[in-house]
Design a protein around this ligand. Structure first.
Ligand SMILES: [Zn+2]
Length: 147
């Protein structure tokens, strides 16, 4: 069975309906169980400004609570801006993906960021959730076979 996706809210928290909408989109697109966990508190070292967080200490805090990312795909979600968030690590072990999801963040872009962390690339099929700029809810057959 494919590993499930854990959405870990990090304060400042995204609105609960936005989190639930993202969880539903991810479950549909990637055909995996998606769970929204209890929030993880951002360590003091992560708080650069009220609405800006440093990525590395948050990754560490999420990993300390939920493990290295071997078993589940770990996705931290915050309403704040993120500083120092490089590209996510390779799919599989060792990765905590962080998403900045303020209230107006479009869901398709967030779904694609998670898809990339699962090893998918941008897809030329306009009917695919990995198509840049598209908003299809599901993956094309080729991408489905890849994740
Ligand atoms: Zn595709």
């Amino acid at each position: 069975m494919s590993p499930s996706i854990l959405l870990v809210p990090v304060a400042p928290l995204p609105a609960r309906p936005a989190l639930d909408a993202l969880a539903a989109r991810l479950a549909d697109a990637f055909d995996r169980a998606v769970r929204v966990t209890d929030p993880v508190h951002a360590p003091a070292a992560a708080r650069l400004e009220p609405d800006r967080l440093a990525a590395a200490p948050i990754r560490a805090a999420i990993a300390a609570t939920w493990g290295c990312g071997c078993r589940d795909r770990l996705v931290g979600v915050t309403a704040a801006d993120l500083a120092g968030d490089g590209p996510p690590g390779p799919a599989g072990c060792g990765g905590v993906l962080l998403l900045s999801a303020p209230g107006d963040a479009p869901l398709p872009g967030l779904v694609r960021a998670v898809g990339r962390s699962l090893g998918l690339a941008d897809c030329p099929d306009p009917g695919c959730a990995m198509h840049p700029g598209g908003d299809a809810p599901g993956l094309c057959r080729a991408c489905r076979g890849r994740c």
